[in-house]
Write a protein that binds this ligand. Sequence first.
Ligand code: GLC
Length: 568
Amino acid sequence: MTSQKSSWRQAAVYQIYPWSFNEDEGRQPQKGHGSIKGIAEKIPYLREEVGIDAIWLSPFYPSPMKDGGYDISDLKDVHPDLGTIDDFDELVRVAHHHGVKLMADFVPNHTSDQHEWFQKSRKRDGYEDWYIWHPGHVDENGERQVPNNWASVFSMPNRQARDRGEMPWLHHDEWTPPVSQWEWDDERQEYYLHSFAKEQPDLNWSNPFVREAMKDAMRFWLDHGVDGFRVDAVNHIGKNMKLPNEEVNTAYNEQWNENPYDQLLRYNSADYPEALHSYIWEMAQVLKDEKYEDRDLRMVLEAYVGESELRDMDAIAPGVASTFNFGRFYIDWSASHQKIQIDYYYSRLQKTAVGNQVNGNHDKTRVATRLGEDFARTAAIMNLFLPGMRFIYNGEELNLRDAKIPYERLQDPYGGRDPERTPMIWDTDMPNGGFSNVAPEDLWLPVNEEDLDRSVASQRAQPKSTLSLFREALKLCHKLDAVQRGSYVSMHTDNDNVLAYSRRTDDDTVVVLTNFTRETQHVKVFDTDFVIAESILSSNNVREDLGRVDIRSGITLEPAEALVIIPA
Ligand code: GLC
């Protein structure tokens, strides 16, 4: 299928974190975390009540859970605590029956240290060069040293250890050392490399057998019916295998609570284009295989890299693969700054590509906590009407916030990301918000008590709830041809606090105006192809009817309001 016709072009994609989504009631005894069957039960909710077109499942594979499931011990199975392969097949069937596509998380950079490949590799029992092994160097004192200075992404624990007084030898103006990517293995008597946790050894993508095995795993899930992949941390598979040291990043600022990982620039340990681009190309070829000709397959690449690297990655196979547009996470909540990023993003996207917009995921503070609950609704509307795949992280449709989690219940010691991963809240009046029937202390992560009143059951019938807002917005997105097919047109206004854009086809226009302040704003919009407007949706749900206004003489926006208007 050509990507011009692809139904991913304007898909609302809902990210499910399987452990925290829903435990099916039929599971006896209950385990206190989500299940694959529990997800299948909620497909009608996602389709009919939210209006989503696709789901992305975070890892559901067997895993010792050292990194929330991103440490996979078998790439071709389902975690026994979540369900079985049959449950998975049934989930795909139910999703497709409801017209919902399914994207699986695919983790190419590493496996768990419990994966059979690594277990054999460390014994030199086959799979010898499937991971990145090195004997290290012996220094002038005869001591063995790590091969180079590469730092693990998970270096925050060193900052925390220092804060607890565990690094007394550091002078107060010295930077905290990052965690090395190298871990000594007693069994093999060599170091192995890990970009993330030491329980996540990096695969050696320069080995063609590794690449074949990974592509084989992709085909396994495609043959089980998945419609594509979210490709995890893909930039890390591209490494300079000569293993040169990274240079120091002089812009690093410890005072800003930056990750010690960022003390080094990244030119070799990740983002190394000579390797990365060809590996992405190879993965894309799997989706383009003749065998899948009639399928509408896509992948979205996860990479926290600079704009120029993103642009290059997006140009590799635009018909099937594009990269997450994370740029806006790092830009302050300002209409003019956000507009520059959005304009640039769409202007540089290839014609055949499918772009995307994101407000949150399982690695980031929830948007309602980051921006505030009012602006979370504004940001939602702003995103939903933009072109491409619009990602919705589970719970955003309820305006859920980060939870405060007692120390003894933390699950993510490396990343501190538990606050945004607590269970979904289905029903205020049910035990654990309807998520699972175990005693609260047996839940894998606690329910956020402060959000209990934001359940699906309580928001469903309230016309002004965030759930109703998502439902109305996505209904409109599906209905309006300008949103389904229209191009992105950036607009000029007389007010720097308002971001304005439109979606246009030859016959249709939709304009979205977003007030980035908590004050009322008056705005005139100039470059429109119509003058008299009618409002069809407000993120505040405060307006019954805007009436007809002349948009050249001005519109008043309520505080934090995103307003959708069409020609009257
Ligand atoms: C990605 C995932 C994150 C995980 C990391 C390593 O960034 O989103 O949750 O810890 O990759 O797999």
